[in-house]
Write a protein that binds this ligand. Structure first.
Ligand SMILES: Cc1cc2nc3c(=O)[nH]c(=O)nc-3n(C[C@H](O)[C@H](O)[C@H](O)COP(=O)(O)OP(=O)(O)OC[C@H]3O[C@@H](n4cnc5c(N)ncnc54)[C@H](O)[C@@H]3O)c2cc1C
Length: 423
């Protein structure tokens, strides 16, 4: 992803020089330190960056397959921030130029469109970066965020009204406008496709006190073990918001399943799901699968419900009778948090190549490992750290702590793979 980011920034720098060149006057090159020209340039680049954030959040399957949705959304935030800073500076520099050169700030319909776009995008960005501090529900901020699909076209109107038809800049805006429309059509088509092919809930199983598995049948999903889906449940005639869940089943099995743990308003209602309810599933997403790496020895490190991608991968390895050597470390507070326990016990009996290490952080009478997963514990079970790929999935603080331990153990970063249950 770093490479892609670099390439796009580089492309923008080239665009910068192109713009300076295009803006050449009969007197020679435009002074790029000139407030007016620098202001215009920042407006051009900022608009391109803002456009890029739509590309990165459109869940384009081909792009996502290379990087993973979480990383794409991180990039989306990066481009959004840079783009917004640039268009803010664009506004400030142009206004300062007009004030210093003409003694007043001009105002007309073109500028009005620009100001409306800037205000709208600034407000949605402010809400996006602060929503959890003010207790705004995820779904509410997501809907507010979608208003950018209205504010960005206002910015496009602003730039179109300013550009001279036939100039290079005019064609750049044309490309952006067509691209933006294509993204909207793509997203709408995906929604249409998903709604026309609903899945059906065929079983609901309680896995632990607050953990449930839902099984579905429907059109075949070509997923790799460890990938995730975005799902909306249709219950009592009401469609839920869309939530990400790892596909806990394996592609070797007929039914697709997810295993949500109660955490907030949506997951608390999972237990009310009935056989026959419909689900709209958008899948697969993510790159967290051992099949993406050529490796024989796998170390799986899970925290709590972070077991789901590993369960999918273990089921796959079990069903296909693969020979990969697997060591699973699974951290929980106490035994009552464990799901899939019988299935894991069965697998361990049948698979010589599987070692399961259960670690409890809050149960003194637990006969196995106690405390947290750290370097010492990992080395106790893995005397040799060579030629292994490490996969980590769990709550963000646990995931960060484990990855820091792995780095301390000098595991190369390309051997550490992780999924964070946070988009
Ligand atoms: C790739 C991935 C895989 C996941 N797999 C599993 C799994 O196998 N089992 C499991 O129990 N949980 C999983 N989760 C987490 C699950 O998506 C959240 O717990 C759930 O969406 C919380 O919704 P809520 O309304 O119950 O909780 P809330 O209290 O509303 O939200 C808690 C947090 O969950 C996140 N969240 C809430 N709503 C959404 C949404 N619509 N889209 C994205 N994030 C949201 C936000 O960070 C929020 O702060 C996964 C998350 C991701 C990103």
């Amino acid at each position: 992803m770093k490479v892609l980011r670099f390439r796009i920034i580089f492309a923008c720098i080239l665009l910068y020089f192109l713009y300076v060149w295009v803006s050449m006057t009969g007197l020679g090159f435009v002074d790029i330190l000139n407030l007016r020209h620098a202001g215009h340039l920042l407006g051009v680049l900022g608009t391109v960056f803002l456009f890029m954030q739509f590309v990165l959040s459109a869940r384009i399957k081909k792009l996502e397959a290379g990087f993973g949705l979480d990383k794409m959304l991180n990039e989306h935030r990066f481009y959004g921030r840079i783009g917004l800073i640039m268009v803010m500076l664009h506004f400030i520099l142009i206004a300062t130029y007009q004030w210093t050169e003409h003694g007043r700030i001009f105002f007309n319909i073109t500028i009005l469109f620009g100001i409306m776009a800037l205000l709208g995008i600034t407000i949605t960005a402010a809400i996006a970066s602060t929503y959890n501090k003010f207790g705004i529900a995820y779904e509410v901020w997501k809907n507010i965020h979608l208003l950018n699909y209205i504010f960005f076209p206002l910015a496009l109107v602003h730039v179109f009204l300013r550009a001279q038809p036939g100039t290079l800049l005019f064609y750049l805006w044309l490309v952006l406008a067509v691209g933006f429309l294509t993204l909207i059509v793509y997203r709408l088509y995906r929604i249409f496709q998903m709604r026309n092919n609903p899945f059906k809930v065929v079983e609901v199983i309680q896995e632990a006190d607050d953990i449930w598995s839902l099984f579905f049948t429907g059109e075949k999903i070509n997923y790799k073990p460890g990938q995730f889906m975005l799902i909306q449940l249709m219950r009592n005639g009401k469609r839920s918001s869309s939530h990400p869940f790892t596909i806990s089943s394996s592609p070797t099995r007929e039914r697709v399943s997810i295993t949500p743990k109660e955490l907030g308003d949506f997951t608390a209602t999972i237990k009310d799901t009935k056989v026959g309810d419909l689900a709209f599933i958008d899948a697969p997403y993510g790159v967290f699968s051992f099949l993406n790496y050529e490796t024989d020895e796998l170390v799986f490190i899970a925290g709590g419900i972070g077991i789901t991608p590993f369960m999918s991968m273990l089921r796959y390895i079990f069903d296909k009778q693969l020979k990969n050597k697997v060591t699973l470390f699974w951290a929980n507070k106490n035994e009552s948090n464990l799901c899939f326990r019988n299935e894991l016990d069965e697998m361990q009996k049948e698979m010589d190549n599987l070692t399961v290490v259960l670690v409890m952080s809050g149960q003194e009478d637990w006969p196995g490992e106690q405390g947290r997963i750290n370097g010492e514990l990992l080395q106790k079970y893995l005397p040799d750290l060579e030629n292994k790929d490490f996969f980590v999935c769990g709550p963000p603080p646990m995931s960060r702590a484990v990855r820091a331990e792995l780095e301390k153990m000098k595991i190369p970063s390309h051997k550490i793979h992780y999924e964070v249950f946070e988009l």
